[in-house]
Design a protein around this ligand. Structure first.
Ligand code: ADP
Ligand code: MG
Length: 694
């Protein structure tokens, strides 16, 4: 039975948002909070105390008994520790208390979160501090306070702190450019982000039977089902009832938490789906995407489903990614990547476009690193996702404009009116007439860039930190030139022309999945870092360290710590996968195959004794026996390989990539053959056709 929901009433009802603040706070306290948020200054303690009290009253009215500082450590997911509001009053009773100090600062033990050596073990303390630009909310009987997480010395231990730093930088540098174009009004430039989230749903009962899914999030074994995605009948197809019940429930829970869940549909692979929100300010979009991922998992469980966020849960069908739609907009809502109507607006647009192209070209490797993970390695470049080579799709018309700026030519617009390119004579740039190019890693889609390489399970913080910082850097360099110029128009024209000329190689409008592009990209000198292990060392190149330290996004130590964490987690994940594969192969797959083989042999004996033909049994038993031998031998080989893991994070990661993963493929080959030869009733776990077509 469907129940009617009043969406506007439901939306944000569990969030202590501006409306709730206005209702629960004295006007002068509300104004004080607003002032602090817009100027970035810390909250005075008396203001914090008043806000805490109001927040508590509001949260209790929503059923909360606890509060938690909610943060985003380097695990890529969120962390929380709950304290109740209770305080004893001495006569055996309690009251509910919550102070400003408890609101603004927390002190969770940091020793068990990855810190990449930033937090010596003797200094286990970590601190959380309320980020007053993010709203608190109530979920599962707790008041959630979004916070930043840092060490005793102030080093960032989380993903939110550097993201907030990068948002300040991009705003500062974008404002300098806006001032040059005569904008004296804008006080803040915001980054807007809309992350489209892909995921798989499978029945919980089947998931529970697969050790690989439970321990690693992906299938390590499994022959392809007789049907895959070749009929294209799932993409945008009718959503099955069970899934649409899940989606309805998910939307309602997200709306209550103020998440702008907008679009839902089936994706290309069977059992694959997508959720897209309406874009919001980057910090909030990052929080919201964490909530989306978490609530997808919880909500699936309620519907006896499991939500898989792994980048490649199943071989042979598409994996899952996240499209990070990114743009800049002023505090009055003007999109800075919107081609304008007047020549001067267009000149400003071209400056932002030039900065973006230059930044992406100069920091290809940095961007590539922000999406590097073992899961994403299985997807990028597999003709279902962008390749590991970074390029930008602009579409034919915008590319033609870039070309004519470079050549100082006339630009002939499609309506055939000819105009001379110059700063004071620019063609009206058409909005979004381009064909969508699904193969490009970074596509301009009318008034935003869509960075399509993100893995489905990753935090969107890293890629957005990189985009913001790169953009801040290039805009800053442009301002340095333009602010000094005697003839602004001439300097501007030269700058845009020189930049397009120097960085044209990063533009590619063709098929990024093709082999030809790989060769062409190599000719153009673009970087191609196929795996995490190839990419990560570039992360801490001198150039990237200079970039992030100059803009105070990371100290060198913080930056190197992140490299260590990613490198170590790479090897840990591969080792868990390898050990899980061994366990399943030796304790489930091999016994099932041997059991069936024994029964076949028994039957051969019996049939022979009465003179019947045993052709099928013999042939099956032979093939199974041979595959079982190979499986066993390759398991033994993998065990030795794991024992030989070299010392040192980088050497270990390389070993995992080139030796461990290769041997796992060998194991899988025999195991998947055994699956195809063995009687279904002997097989220890559900196979692809069960999982994908339930
Ligand atoms: P699609 O790419 O599926 O055709 P849209 O172009 O409508 O869909 O948008 C995809 C995502 O991009 C949505 O999450 C949307 O909110 C987001 N988006 C739209 N405009 C912007 C913008 N200016 N900045 C950031 N994200 C945006
Ligand atoms: Mg998209």
């Amino acid at each position: 039975m469907s129940h009617a929901v009043n969406v506007p009433e439901l939306f944000g009802s569990d969030v202590f948002n501006e409306a709730a603040m206005k209702q629960y706070l004295k006007p002068e306290i509300y104004s004080a909070w607003k002032r602090c948020v817009s100027t970035g200054s810390p909250l005075p303690l008396d203001v914090a105390n008043e806000i805490a009290e109001a927040m508590k009253v509001w949260a209790i009215s929503k059923g909360a008994t606890h509060y938690t500082h909610w943060f985003q450590p380097m695990t890529g997911i969120t962390a929380e520790k709950h304290d109740s509001f209770i305080a004893p009053v001495g006569d055996g009773r309690v009251v509910m208390e919550f102070s400003g100090k408890e609101l603004v600062r927390g002190e969770p033990d940091a020793s068990s979160f990855p810190s990449g050596g930033l937090r010596a073990t003797f200094e286990a303390r970590g601190y959380t501090a309320w980020d007053p630009t993010s709203f608190a909310f109530v979920k599962d009987d707790s008041l959630y306070i979004p916070t930043c997480f840092f060490s005793y010395t102030g080093a960032a231990l989380d993903k939110k702190t550097p993201l907030l730093r990068s948002l300040d930088e991009i705003s500062r540098e974008a404002l300098r450019i806006l001032r040059l174009f005569g904008d004296t009004e804008t006080k803040r430039v915001h980054v807007s982000v809309g992350p489209e989230q892909e995921y798989f749903l499978i029945p919980k009962s089947l998931y529970a039977q697969r050790e690989d899914l439970r321990l690693t999030g992906r299938t390590l074994f499994g022959a392809s089902a007789p049907k895959g995605q070749e009929l294209d009948d799932h993409y945008f197809g009718t959503i099955r009832t069970r899934v649409s019940c899940f989606m309805k429930d998910l939307d309602e829970q997200l709306w209550k938490l103020g998440v702008l869940s907008k679009t839902k549909h089936n994706e290309a692979a069977p059992a694959q789906h997508e959720l897209a929100p309406i874009y919001s300010e980057a910090g909030n979009a990052c929080d919201a995407n964490q909530l989306v991922m978490e609530i997808m998992k919880k909500c699936a469980a309620k519907h006896d489903l499991v939500c898989l966020l792994h980048e490649k849960p199943f071989a042979g069908v598409n994996g899952s990614g996240k499209h990070n739609n990114w743009s800049l907009c002023t505090d009055s809502g003007k999109n800075l990547f919107s081609p304008g109507k007047t020549p001067s607006q267009n000149a400003q647009f071209l400056v932002f476009l030039a900065a973006f192209l230059k930044g992406v070209d100069e920091y290809q490797d940095f961007l590539r690193c922000t999406v590097a993970s073992p899961g994403n390695d299985q997807r990028l470049g597999a003709s279902e996702a962008p390749p590991a080579i970074i390029s930008v799709f602009l579409g034919d018309e915008l590319t033609a404009i870039v070309d004519s700026v470079i050549h100082g030519n006339n630009y002939e617009d499609p309506a055939k009116s000819v105009m001379r390119i110059g700063v004071d004579v620019l063609p009206a740039i058409p909005k979004d007439t381009n064909d969508r190019n699904r193969t490009s890693p970074i596509a301009f889609t009318g008034n935003k860039f869509e960075f399509r390489m993100l893995g489905s399970s990753q935090s969107i913080a890293g890629p957005n930190i990189a985009l913001n910082t790169i953009m801040a850097e290039e805009l800053g360099k442009f301002s340095d030139v333009l602010e000094q110029a005697e003839d602004f128009d001439a300097a501007l024209q030269k700058l845009v022309c020189d930049t397009f000329t120097a960085h044209k190689r990063i533009i590619f409008n063709g098929n990024s999945y093709s082999k030809e592009w790989e060769q062409e990209a190599a000719r153009r000198g673009l970087s191609n870092l196929p795996s995490t292990v190839d990419a990560l060392p570039q992360y801490i190149s001198e150039k990237n360290i200079r970039l992030v330290t100059k803009h105070r996004i990371f100290s060198e130590q913080e930056f190197r710590a992140r490299y260590e964490i990613h490198l170590e987690s790479y090897s840990k994940i591969i080792c868990i996968e390898a050990k899980t594969a061994l366990d399943m192969a030796l304790r489930q797959i091999l016994p099932a195959a041997l059991h069936y083989c024994r029964d076949l042999s028994d039957s051969i004996g019996k049939k022979q004794s009465i003179g019947l033909s045993c052709h099928v049994e013999k042939s099956l038993a032979e093939r199974i026996s041979a595959a079982a031998d190979r499986l066993y031998d390759s398991c033994e080989a993998l065990r030795k390989i794991l024992d030989q893991m070299p010392e040192g994070a980088q050497a270990a990661a390389k070993w995992c990539h080139s030796v461990v993963l290769t041997q796992m493929d060998t194991i899988r080959e025999s195991a998947d053959l055994l699956e195809q030869l063995t009687d279904k009733s002997y097989w220890p776990y559900p196979v692809y056709s069960d999982l994908l077509f339930y």
